[in-house]
Ligand binder design. Structure first.
Ligand SMILES: Nc1ncnc2c1ncn2[C@@H]1O[C@H](COP(=O)(O)OP(=O)(O)OP(=O)(O)O)[C@@H](O)[C@H]1O
Ligand SMILES: [Mg+2]
Length: 402
C-alpha cells in the first residue's frame, strides 16, 4: 500500500513499549521498522533503518532520552521525532519540543491521538516535499437535489479509485434512511454503520475492518443501518471517530451524504478534503447549488473544497448550456459526466460497477478521469491511453458546451 509511514520505537520499559506496539500494529498505514530497548543504540537503529518517524518514550530516563532527541534532530533530520511520556509536566513538554520533537503524546497513548499526530507529521512532511501526498483523502459526495446521481457517482468513483492498486478505498453510506450503495454493488453486508456506532467506544482498527464488506473491485463498503429506528443511534461523534480510524487504513474515504443536510452530513462536509457537489443542468438543481453555496460560504474553509460535478449531460434537448450554468452558479464546473441511461440501468439492475460492465463507455472514462484528477494524476485524468480512444473521448466531453 502507498503512503505507509515507517516507524522505529525506543522504550526501555517493556510494558509501555508493548502497549504502543499493539496500537501501531493495528494500523495498515504504519510499518514498524524497528524497536529498541536502549536509548544508546537508537541513533544507530535510525541510521540503519531510516524510518519516517522515531518514537522515543522518555519516562525510563528523561535526561538521556531528551539528549537522544537533540542528537537525532542533528544526525537524522529526515526522521520526525515523536515523544511519549506519562508526565504532563509543561516543562518536560517544552524541553522535548525545544530538543526537536515534532509531537508529544501522553501515555497511555490513545489511538485517536496517535492517528492525529501521525496525520500532522505526515502533513508537515508532505509540505516539505518529503512525501508525495497526504496519507488519506476524504471525499464527500453531496447532491443538489434528490436523484441527481450522487450515489451512482460515489459507487463508481470508489471502484475507479480502487482500480489503481496503489489505493485502498472505502465507501460509507451516510444516507441513513434510504441509502442504496449496497444495492449498487449487489452486496449483502453482515455489518452496518449501526454496529460500528454501537461499538464506537471499544472499536479498534481490526474490529472496524471486520465490519466492512469488500467488493470484488477492491472497494470496501460500510452501509446504512437496516432498521429505520436505528438511524438516530448514529451520532456525529461516532462518525468523527469512524473517519479517524478509517484514515489509518485507507487512502480514500468516500462519504455518500443524504440530501437532508442533517448533522452527520454537515460533519462529513467538514471532515472532507473534497466535496463533490453533484448537479444536473436544470433550473431547480442549479438554484439549489446557488443556495447551498451561500450556506457553505458561511463555513470557514468549506467553499474552497467544493467541486461542482455536472451529471447527465445531454439528458434533454433544452438543458441549460454549460456557459449559462457556470454564470448562474458563479464558479467553474470541475467535471462533467455524460448521460447514459441504458448503461446506467444495466449496471444498477445487475449491481455491478461501470468499470466491470462498461469500461470503454464515455461515462466510465469520465469517472476514471475524475478519480485520477482527484488523485492529482493529470496524465491519467485525460482518460486511459489504451487505443487512444479514451483521450479523444475526454477532449470531446471537455469541449462540449464551451
Ligand atoms: N450519468 C447518468 N446517466 C444516466 N443515468 C444516470 C446517470 N447518473 C445517475 N443516473 C440514474 O439516476 C438515478 C438516480 O441516481 P442515484 O441513485 O445515484 O442518485 P442519488 O443522487 O444518489 O439519489 P438519492 O437522492 O435518492 O440518493 C438512477 O436511476 C441512476 O441510474
Ligand atoms: Mg443516493
Amino acid at each position: 500500500m502507498s503512503n505507509v509511514i515507517r516507524l522505529a520505537i525506543v522504550d526501555p520499559q517493556d510494558s509501555t513499549r508493548e502497549a504502543l506496539k499493539a496500537i501501531l500494529l493495528g494500523m495498515d498505514r504504519v510499518w514498524l521498522e524497528a524497536e529498541c530497548s536502549r536509548y544508546e543504540f537508537f541513533s544507530d537503529v535510525v541510521a540503519q533503518t531510516e524510518p519516517d518517524i522515531g518514537v522515543i518514550a522518555v519516562d525510563a530516563d528523561p535526561e538521556k532520552a531528551l539528549r537522544l532527541v537533540t542528537q537525532l534532530n542533528e544526525t537524522a533530520p529526515e526522521c520526525s521525532v515523536l515523544v511519549t511520556s506519562s508526565s504532563t509536566d509543561g516543562d518536560l513538554i517544552l524541553r522535548a519540543m525545544r530538543a526537536g520533537a515534532k509531537e508529544f503524546l501522553t501515555q497511555p497513548v490513545k489511538l485517536d491521538d496517535m492517528l492525529q499526530a501521525l496525520d500532522r507529521i505526515n502533513d508537515r512532511r508532505s509540505n516539505r516535499g518529503d512525501v508525495k501526498s497526504r496519507g488519506s483523502t476524504v471525499i464527500a459526495l453531496a447532491g443538489a437535489t434528490g436523484g441527481v446521481g450522487s450515489t451512482s457517482l460515489a459507487v463508481n468513483l470508489g471502484c475507479a479509485l480502487a482500480d489503481d492498486e496503489r489505493n485502498s478505498v472505502v465507501l460509507v453510506d451516510l444516507d441513513l434512511c434510504l441509502g442504496d450503495a449496497d444495492v449498487c454493488l449487489d452486496a449483502i453486508p453482515d455489518f452496518t454503520l449501526l454496529d460500528v456506532a454501537q461499538n464506537a467506544a471499544r472499536m479498534d482498527i481490526t474490529l472496524l475492518k471486520r465490519s466492512l464488506t469488500k467488493h470484488s473491485s477492491g472497494l470496501y463498503l460500510l452501509p446504512r443501518p437496516v432498521q429505520l429506528d436505528d438511524v438516530d443511534e448514529i451520532r456525529p461523534d461516532d462518525l468523527q471517530r469512524l473517519v479517524g480510524l478509517l484514515k489509518a487504513t485507507f487512502t480514500h474515504i468516500l462519504l455518500d451524504l443524504s440530501k437532508s443536510y442533517g448533522p452527520l452530513d454537515r460533519l462529513a462536509l467538514e471532515l472532507a478534503d473534497h466535496v463533490l457537489l453533484v448537479t444536473q443542468l436544470d433550473l431547480p438543481c442549479l438554484r439549489n447549488v446557488v443556495r447551498l453555496m451561500m450556506s457553505f460560504n458561511e463555513k470557514e474553509g468549506l467553499s474552497e473544497k467544493i467541486k461542482v460535478i455536472v451529471n447527465r449531460i445531454g439528458l434533454e434537448q433544452n438543458q441549460i448550456g454549460m456557459k449559462k450554468a457556470q454564470e448562474t452558479i458563479g464558479r467553474e464546473i470541475f467535471w462533467k459526466i455524460p448521460n447514459d441511461y441504458r448503461t446506467m440501468v444495466e449496471v444498477r439492475n445487475n449491481g455491478v460497477p461501470l468499470i466491470e460492465h462498461a469500461r470503454k463507455q464515455p461515462i466510465t472514462q469520465q469517472i476514471l478521469g475524475l478519480a485520477a484528477a482527484l488523485s492529482g494524476d493529470p496524465e491519467k485524468s485525460a482518460g486511459e491511453d489504451e487505443e487512444g480512444a479514451a483521450k479523444s473521448t475526454f477532449s470531446r466531453w471537455f469541449s462540449f458546451g464551451k
